[in-house]
Unconditional design. Structure first.
Length: 301
């Protein structure tokens, strides 16, 4: 058996595009060349990798098992080319794809990207922002080089490491019906009776708020679900309820006086932020620099 990376690249392209014609357009080959390469790969393996459904090729069980392995090998080859084409990683142009859940992507990563560009003008970072579930799925599918998430990872087979702690605060706006009272703080009864502004299920911000508050409140009397951190911030400004968010996320509106941090009898609230990577991906020096990683995190042999 003599498999080639080219065959795996073609296989991966077909899996993404759904037809040999579309795959050929992506990778610059004719439809007949793509079909021939797929036939040769299936012959070498002694297995069909796709079901033919009309004009489309749909991965079967064998193909679904092979796809993550093929992607990992192709990603490894891309890393080798990037590292050794100039002989010096620090001097080479780099382009990183970083997946980040909402708070991290919107409020923590822009400054880190700017810091990296100050010392390496050839670096380029594509920042893909989604909720925690979407980021871990992107890591699993090798669509990003590393993921930064606010909630637990539910995707199997990924490597997870602690990144940093993030302080959580409870905020309210001046239009809140109890704003005059809340200026002096809130007791547990008020917190338990409050309307809480929360993200959608699957969001790390939602899970963080629930993990921080529910052990003390034993439930939410009322929840208003809003589909983003900015929507929650503006909802709090409008007086729709209380919000439990990262201090980084609310710093701008707190500084402007449009939101106020609520004093409560709760203990200090925080959540852990996490790094997640596919086992087939390395974390080279420039990516470590971007994320501020110590040398013992994600060490490759």
């Amino acid at each position: 058996m003599h498999l080639s990376l080219r065959q795996l690249q073609i296989f991966s392209a077909i899996a993404e595009a759904g037809t040999t014609t579309a795959a050929g357009e992506v990778i610059g080959l004719s439809q007949s060349a793509v079909s021939a390469a797929l036939s040769e790969l299936e012959s070498l393996l002694g297995l069909a990798l796709f079901d033919r459904v009309g004009r489309r090729l749909v991965l079967n069980g064998h193909g679904r098992a092979l796809l993550p392995e093929a992607r990992a090998l192709l990603a490894g080859m891309a890393d080798i080319e990037r590292r050794f084409s100039t002989g010096q990683e620090a001097a080479a142009p780099v382009r990183w794809r970083v997946g980040a859940s909402t708070t991290i992507g919107n409020y923590l990563m822009p400054a880190r990207i700017a810091d990296l560009l100050e010392v390496n003008r050839q670096a380029h970072v594509d920042l893909v922002i989604g909720n925690t579930r979407e980021v871990t799925t992107a890591v699993q599918r090798l669509e990003v080089d590393i993921g930064l998430i606010e909630g637990p990872n539910h995707e199997p087979g990924l490597e997870v490491a602690e990144w940093m702690d993030d302080e959580l605060v409870i905020v309210f706006g001046e239009r809140h019906p109890l704003a005059a009272e809340l200026h002096h703080g809130a007791d547990m009864t008020q917190l338990r009776q409050a309307c809480w502004l929360l993200r959608e299920p699957g969001s790390g911000t939602r899970e963080a708020a629930e993990q921080a508050l529910l052990p003390h409140l034993h439930g939410f009397a009322e929840v208003l679900q809003l589909g983003g951190t900015e929507a929650i911030k503006q909802g709090a400004v409008a007086g729709l309820g209380l919000a439990c968010l990262s201090r980084h996320a609310v710093a701008d509106l707190v500084a402007l006086g449009r939101l106020r941090v609520l004093a409560t009898p709760l203990p200090p609230l925080s959540r852990r932020l996490w790094l997640v990577r596919h086992p087939g991906k390395r974390v080279p020096a420039s990516l470590r620099q971007l994320l501020g990683l110590p040398g013992d995190v994600f060490v490759d042999g």
